[in-house]
Design a binder for this molecule. Structure first.
Ligand SMILES: [Fe+2]
Length: 464
């Protein structure tokens, strides 16, 4: 572990052990209807003696659960007990991960030489596939866990032969199914775009070939189309096999266009590809059909330098440069003509979320990326119709991803609350914060017994 002093060092410092279960004291008033579990995933420990991870995305997976019960709020945080975690605890740098070298390269796995040395550190997201609660990453199989105790379960086995990656940790809802892809690298690589009902085999709805595949962190979906975007941040599979570099260090920025693939969800027409300006994106926000176009909202960058700026030695020291970081709207014509861009907000933000029920969500929730000492310094509610925004902010507090939870039975996009974890750098501890989505005022908070990691992504599950 390193000694942490500055707000940036503190928020990217190590969590040593599991936390709780612990009853939390609520300050303020929780809505009486709020019942369920807010479950989060993310990196929480980066150093284990001789094993030192290099990138924010490499930290060991730590699941967190805030359970809103009848008059009580309980917190539990647990590391996933994966083989990668066990190796790190024992001081073995054995498993290849996103940006940290290991005994055997990612390329050796890609070449089929081994299936044993790829990380199983599923630290990015959580989702429910049928009755299974799973933790996801973008290399390797999903990991089941107990949604009540957070105890680690088995790897999820899909009933097909599509393989396990590279993929995204952001399966997207399309009707009653989930949509994602699995990349099969080779001389001519192929994205197999699939839908999955939560049980049984994945159903391939399109195959898209690519000579030099792109780094794709998430997908989008409208009612009619799945959206897979290839940014000009690509890798050569042969060089990856021969080079022995960590996964992300095989990708290189270059080229003069981005390719937006529109995949007919009904399977009745082949994919259509639109060209767009060069840009990069981690997170789609939402997409919808609008006449003869698909409208794609996302958080975009002018290039992929944000990936390098999230190495731990850099992110602990300074704000990412993140050129062009903004909320953007791309219009992709269904006939394959060039896509166009519109700016929705030039405020620097990441980890965007919306009311998942809305066909055309008006409001986007996202932490604001800090320019100074803090990695994040506010939560935004952006009105994409009026281009205005409302802001939650507190001195010395850095929030993580903010989730909108609708009031049961309601349909208003602001009829509910926004949940997030905020880290207070001055007090070196974290709180769960509840903001009323109508007023955008904080209505309650509950301090955790310790500093909690910023984390990546989470979901609210009303039935747990
Ligand atoms: Fe993500």
């Amino acid at each position: 572990m390193i000694a942490a002093h500055t707000p940036r060092e503190l928020i990217f410092s190590d969590v040593a052990n599991d936390i709780g279960p612990a009853a939390l004291t609520v300050e303020g008033t929780l809505p009486g209807w709020l019942r369920g579990a807010f479950v989060r995933n993310g990196s929480a420990r980066y150093g284990f003696g001789p094993v030192q991870f290099r990138h924010w995305f490499d930290g060991m997976a730590f699941l967190q659960r805030f359970e809103f019960g009848e008059g009580n709020l309980e917190y539990t945080g647990r590391f996933l007990r994966t083989k990668s975690y066990q190796a790190a605890v024992e001081g073995r740098a054995e498993y290849q991960s996103f940006a940290t070298p290991a005994a055997r390269s990612f390329g050796s796995w890609l070449a089929g030489l081994t299936t044993k040395n790829i990380t199983d550190n599923t630290n990015v997201n959580v989702v429910r596939y049928g009755n299974a609660s799973v933790a996801l990453t973008e290399i390797g199989a999903p990991r089941c866990f107990d949604p009540q105790t957070l105890e680690t379960g088995d790897l999820l086995t899909f009933n097909d032969n599509l393989g396990i990656g590279p993929t995204t940790a952001h399966p997207v809802r399309a009707g009653k199914s989930w949509v994602n892809f699995t990349l099969k690298p080779g001389m001519r690589s192929e994205y197999a775009v699939w839908s999955f009902s939560g049980n049984g085999p994945r159903n391939v709805i399109a195959r898209i070939s690519s000579k030099r595949p792109a780094y794709v962190h998430s997908m989008g979906a409208s009612a009619k189309y799945a959206i897979l975007i290839e940014y000009p941040y690509r890798f050569d599979p042969l060089a990856m096999i021969l080079g022995g570099k960590p996964y992300i260090e095989n990708f290189h920025w270059g080229g003069d266009e981005t390719l937006i693939h529109l995949i007919d969800l009904s399977g009745s027409a082949p994919p259509v590809t639109c060209s767009a300006e060069p840009f990069f994106c981690f997170h789609h926000v939402h997409a919808f059909d609008d006449g003869d176009c698909v409208v794609i909202d996302l958080v975009g960058y002018d290039d992929a330098s944000i990936v390098s700026d999230l190495y731990l030695d850099r992110v602990r020291e300074r704000a990412p440069v993140a050129p062009g970081l903004s909320l953007r709207r791309y219009r992709a014509p269904c006939n394959g003509q060039d896509a166009t861009r519109e700016m929705l907000s030039s405020t620097r933000m990441e980890l965007p979320r919306v009311d998942f029920r809305a066909e055309r969500p008006r409001y986007v929730y996202a932490p604001r990326v800090g320019e100074g000492d803090a990695f994040t310094d506010a939560v935004l509610q952006i009105d994409t119709m009026s281009a205005s925004q409302r802001v939650w902010e507190r001195p010395d507090e850095s929030p993580g991803e903010a989730i909108f939870v609708p009031k049961p039975g309601g349909s208003s996009e602001t009829g509910g609350v926004v949940l997030f974890v905020a880290f207070n750098a001055k007090q070196n501890r974290s709180a769960l914060v509840v903001v009323d989505a109508t007023t955008f005022e904080e209505c309650a908070r509950a301090w955790a017994p310790a500093m909690l990691p910023l984390g990546f992504h989470g979901q609210f599950w009303p039935n747990y």
